[in-house]
Write a protein that binds this ligand. Structure first.
Ligand SMILES: Cc1cc2nc3c(=O)[nH]c(=O)nc-3n(C[C@H](O)[C@H](O)[C@H](O)COP(=O)(O)OP(=O)(O)OC[C@H]3O[C@@H](n4cnc5c(N)ncnc54)[C@H](O)[C@@H]3O)c2cc1C
Length: 392
């Protein structure tokens, strides 16, 4: 089959890898001018980890990754107010857990498939139509092409979804927060292998020290309504200055570092919930179809699971597209919804609204310092309750 994949983040190159392995011809579009290596830190474990291992990527991902030892909650003057040892994640996964920049995973996936797929950077889908024999697309470089299957893998703001299924508002479930992530170069205060967080009612700030002197900064604040996110970099900085005005701890330093950051990313914390991820010869994979939000801590792994099953079902159905896409949804629908439900449950208490709520959250976090309690609570939430067929 000739397959077009739009988006070369995580879901796109991962799907391309499994399709190329099955002998299909893959074309991948990416709107950025080159592979994106930057981004926030993600946790990576479970069935996504298993798949990355089967793809031979784990040595590289382990080398790029970090083994977080502590999660610390601090008060206004940097005094400890809660937290727990992060070894609980290692114990719950038998050591198969790594934290790494999202861009490193994306680059590793891209490198693994770049010689086996046609990749068009700086290119987007403009139009799609389909008939019984194929899908026709018009691309932003002016070309018209025809494929057997078109897969949207453009993340939460998916162009393919907009073109083929309808506007984002129909599928987006806003979870009541917005966030900003950026790299602060040469940030002086560092805590090796610790995720350090500070909270005030309705807003939170965190940093994570990277090799080479920079730190990743993550700001999360409550928003009662689904706010529009500005595109202009100055407007984004202004939004953060306004949201974090008067905040304590190191937040003024973060806001100062914002001026020098060239990778500022702001978005709403939302999920994508759809009744169906396919229509004829057009399908969605990853965040485009079932974004769980970063509160799930697992969107990248879910995107990889989705690509594996989609490619596997196409292989099994020997080129008949509809049954394969239906099987892809049948196998993963309940699983993805359960991950989304768990993340939505967490959203209620993630950034407490009141000083009392914050105190309670910080105290409760200490419970995770008690080994058996942590193992019980975390172990259950980390398990991936899905069987992945062996399509080989
Ligand atoms: C702050 C934060 C923390 C997170 N933490 C974790 C975590 O701990 N663990 C975890 O597993 N996940 C985490 N996630 C989620 C994870 O990053 C996503 O679920 C994952 O990246 C989804 O992969 P994707 O390929 O579907 O989309 P993306 O990674 O968003 O990739 C989409 C790609 O499509 C490209 N694109 C966009 N529009 C177009 C277009 N019109 N045409 C062509 N290309 C286009 C983009 O440039 C990008 O390369 C986190 C997310 C955030 C924001």
């Amino acid at each position: 089959m000739d397959v077009l994949i739009s988006g070369a983040g995580i879901a796109g190159p991962n799907l391309a890898w499994w399709l190329a392995r099955g002998g299909h011809r893959v074309t991948m579009l990416e709107k950025a001018p080159e592979p994106r290596g930057s981004g926030y830190i993600i946790d990576f474990w479970g069935k996504g980890y298993d798949l990355a291992e089967r793809m031979g990527l784990m040595p590289r991902l382990q080398q790029a990754g970090y083994h977080v030892e502590h999660v610390r909650f601090l008060g206004k003057d940097g005094e400890p107010s809660g937290g727990f040892g992060a070894q609980v994640f290692d114990r719950a996964t038998d050591g198969r857990f790594v934290s790494l920049p999202r861009g490193e995973l994306s680059l590793a996936l891209y490198d693994s498939v770049k010689d086996r797929a046609e990749v068009l950077f700086d290119t987007e889908l403009v139009e799609i139509s389909q008939d019984a024999r194929g899908a026709s697309v018009r691309l932003s470089n002016g070309s018209q092409r025809r494929f057997d299957l078109v897969v949207g893998a453009e993340g939460i703001h998916s162009r393919t979804r907009d073109l083929a299924f309808g506007p984002q508002e129909r599928f987006e479930r806003f979870l009541g927060y917005s966030f900003a992530a950026f790299t602060a170069e040469s940030y002086g205060r560092r805590a090796a292998d610790a995720y350090v967080m500070y909270g005030e009612p309705g807003r939170q700030a965190a940093r994570f020290a990277l090799r080479g002197g920079a730190s990743l900064v993550l700001l999360i604040w409550r928003d009662d309504e689904r706010a529009a996110i500005p595109h202009d970099p100055d407007a984004k900085r202004e939004l953060l200055r306004e949201r974090y005005a008067g905040a304590g701890w190191e937040v003024p330093d973060f806001l100062a570092a914002l001026h020098r950051a060239d990778d500022l990313y702001i978005d709403r914390v939302s999920q994508i919930r759809m009744d169906s991820w396919h229509d004829g010869r057009i399908a969605l994979v990853g965040d485009a179809a079932y974004a769980p939000s970063f509160l799930a801590g697992q969107g990248a792994a879910l995107a990889m699971i989705g690509g594996y099953v989609l490619a596997g079902e196409l292989q099994r159905s020997a080129g008949t597209i509809e049954p394969a896409l239906a099987a892809y949804e049948r196998r993963l629908g309940d699983f993805m919804r359960s991950k989304q439900d768990a993340a939505q449950g967490l959203a209620r208490s993630f950034v407490p609204r009141t000083a009392l709520g914050l105190k309670f959250r910080n105290l409760a976090s200490r419970v995770l310092g008690i080994g058996w309690v942590a193992d019980l609570l975390v172990g259950r939430s980390l398990r991936d309750q899905v069987e992945l067929p062996d399509y080989s």
